[in-house]
Ligand binder design. Sequence first.
Ligand SMILES: Nc1ncnc2c1ncn2[C@@H]1O[C@H](COP(=O)(O)OP(=O)(O)O)[C@@H](O)[C@H]1O
Ligand SMILES: [Mg+2]
Length: 503
Amino acid sequence: MEVEGTPLNDFNTSREDGNLDTLQQSGSTPLKILRTYSRWSPMEEGVTLAWNDLSVYANVKEKSSKSYKRIITEVTGAIRSGSLVALMGASGSGKSTLMAALAYRSAGGVLVEGDILINGRPVGDYMRHISGFMHQEDIFIGSLTVWEHMSIMARMKLDRRINDRERRFKICDILKQLGLSQCMNTRIGVNGDSKVLSGGEKKRLAFATELLTDPPLLFCDEPTTGLDAYSAQKIVTMMNMMSAAGKTILCTIHQPSSEIFAMFSQVILLADGKIAFMGSTANAVQFFDKLGCRCPNNYNPADFFIRTLAVSPGFEDSSRQTIKTICNQFTVSDYAKEVDVVVQYEFHMGRASEHSSFIVRTNFKDIFFWTKLYWLTYRSFIDILRNPAVQSLRILQKIAIAIMVGLCYLGTDALTQNGIQSVQGTLFLLVTENTFTPMYSVLAAFPEDLPLFLREYRSGLYPAGLFYISKNLAMVIAVIIINIYVYKTLVRPRVGSNHQPFG
Ligand SMILES: Nc1ncnc2c1ncn2[C@@H]1O[C@H](COP(=O)(O)OP(=O)(O)O)[C@@H](O)[C@H]1O
Ligand SMILES: [Mg+2]
């Protein structure tokens, strides 16, 4: 059985001709996607994502009891390979939650119910290999430079057979396309005083990181928020080109300009956890028009949809009623039937497929365990060394204690009974200082890294144990270097311990 091309052509045909022209002019060749269904190969054939009756619940604690709050309510939909889809809705409508569920990256305590299919097959752990996820909030190691961040990520994510030259070329190419070449050697910085990269540059860097592996399925949570109009357009144009080359891209977006909005082939409008519309952007305007919500001329349709579907403070009941009516109307509309046909088709083809193998990456060699360990340790070590505030404080603290201990036992003679007791006292103080202080400081170290760790762990970058070992290795190396340096230079010359094997 071999099915070529797309059986339901009208579902996804609204890509603007103008955009295709731009793509051809810019040298990229739009590919015709051929799905065969006789085998399962999302890396080569692209990804069609379908979901049916999907509900998402979050675990909430009410006083002493636990309960589940429904955030997404029985949504059904599909995104075909080669489409760039905008997921829109008012803030709090559940966009990020739905996207995380579809990407198989829901946070702990979140329950996902329903079916999600990748080319007809149930979603699973393999999602981390075939999809990229750009989060709404960026988390980076602020002390690294853009180039260091990209090289470490490339070393951790790419095929181990790729050589240095190819890796550099790939990074340079991505950074150039995203306009980050001029800040290659700039530190990323952390939010707050030491913020270095601008918000927009950080967003683009997060996008660049996801592009490294060139995944066929890409989820982007608000990639243009905080960007100026030009940079936002640049990112969406890039996504448009990628989708024209066969990638499937789902992207939440706020306040897109009319120009940017026109680049999306499909739009999903979410209101209060339900789908208010799904289909082409032109059909969305028509659908709202039929319901009596006419988008005024010269008004950005995206803004109009969000305004119509928002829950206005003070008018909650009437807003909810409007949303309910729109969602119900959509459920019985032809647009919903079109989506349903695609979803049923995917289910059917998945069931009919004879192949049961789930080989995701056929020609991929994962990097070795110890290479990952080396780069993770290197990254943590650089972070420790470059964290000037923490390091200066630590060194100052060590110097103060070293001087105090040194002065207390100044000039003791290690060969007399009193001297031996003094040296014993010094040893005791040094041991307690060097065991308890690092022990307490470690309590703060892991919670600090937890958000980054959870994100990278969920995206399959490394196993939990590896992160733990690398962090420990880096800290041990840093602590040893600082301690040896400070105590050797300050305490040892003061205390008469030249004959003792310590310091
Ligand atoms: N883990 C959670 N626990 C409780 N409520 C949550 C959780 N995650 C999301 N929510 C709630 O679900 C709603 C949708 O959140 P979200 O998906 O982040 O919205 P959006 O991305 O559309 O702004 C919000 O009202 C939010 O407070
Ligand atoms: Mg969000």
